[in-house]
Design a protein around this ligand. Sequence first.
Ligand code: AVI
Length: 312
Amino acid sequence: MLAISEQVDEAFARDVLDGLAQKQPAVPARWFYDERGSALFDDITRLPEYYPTRTELAILSRSMGEIAAAVGTGRAVVDYGAGSQIKTPLLLEGIDPALYVPVDISGVHLRASAEALQQRFPDLAIEPVEADFAKPFRLPPAVDRHPVLGFFPGSTIGNFVPASAIDLLRSFRATLGVDALLLIGVDRIKDRSRLIEAYDDAQGVTAAFNRNLLERINRELGGTVPIEAFRHEARWNAMLSRVEMHLVAARDVTFEVVGRTFRIAQGGSIHTENSHKYTSESARLLLAAGGWTPLQEWTDGPGDFSLLLARA
Ligand code: AVI
């Protein structure tokens, strides 16, 4: 049997080889998050242009009284993505759960964040689960003793195309059970220029985050991608309501990955991420399509971001 890291490498190789062979070359966004990619993403969340993190946090803190009243105490909280360092403590303080279950694909990140939280909440039972939440997994048996709240902040749902987002919501429902609630963050459609700036910041942090994917391909898959030949581009795709990130070839490039040769002509791109944006109505429809009944929605003044509570 393969160790988990070898499985990941194989999956990475498969995704990259299949993705680069497509007519529009593409690599799934989940491969951004190696150690450097995760650190760069943390930097992105603090950028002046990147409004989602601070807006969601402001909604959470301003509306925590109402959220706590709607959710109640004593729940088992299943945190998809293993704990934002600020949002998770805010939620845990607000709703006083009986059990906290962070779920993350990275065991290292999972254990570090669970330990930090345990220090802050010494009486809270914490049962981390190392799993890819996009695939079916089992919750610890202790969850069965409590009503469940799934927590999926950050508008990560936007990184899934709608059909996959619906599958994911349905799988959350199957995992969390029939009496569960779900608290989910969704980024809203807004002025095109603000969306583009959020994904193409002046300091070039998002560009470094995007290009780090090529560095990872070279390092982990023996790639020969000429990184300097690719520039970062954020595009608003109005038809599909999403910001797309691309790496655009500034000249004709030829490179190898795991012994296979790829060519990208000047101006062609590797599509690396989709970040779908929703209206209040389309977000509720998405939840409903995923088997969740929307109950309440909290937003900031201008309506830049929504936090939705739904029941299974
Ligand atoms: C993780 N995810 C919700 C981020 C987003 O906004 O789509 C990832 C990101 N990509 C570039 N900037 C942030």
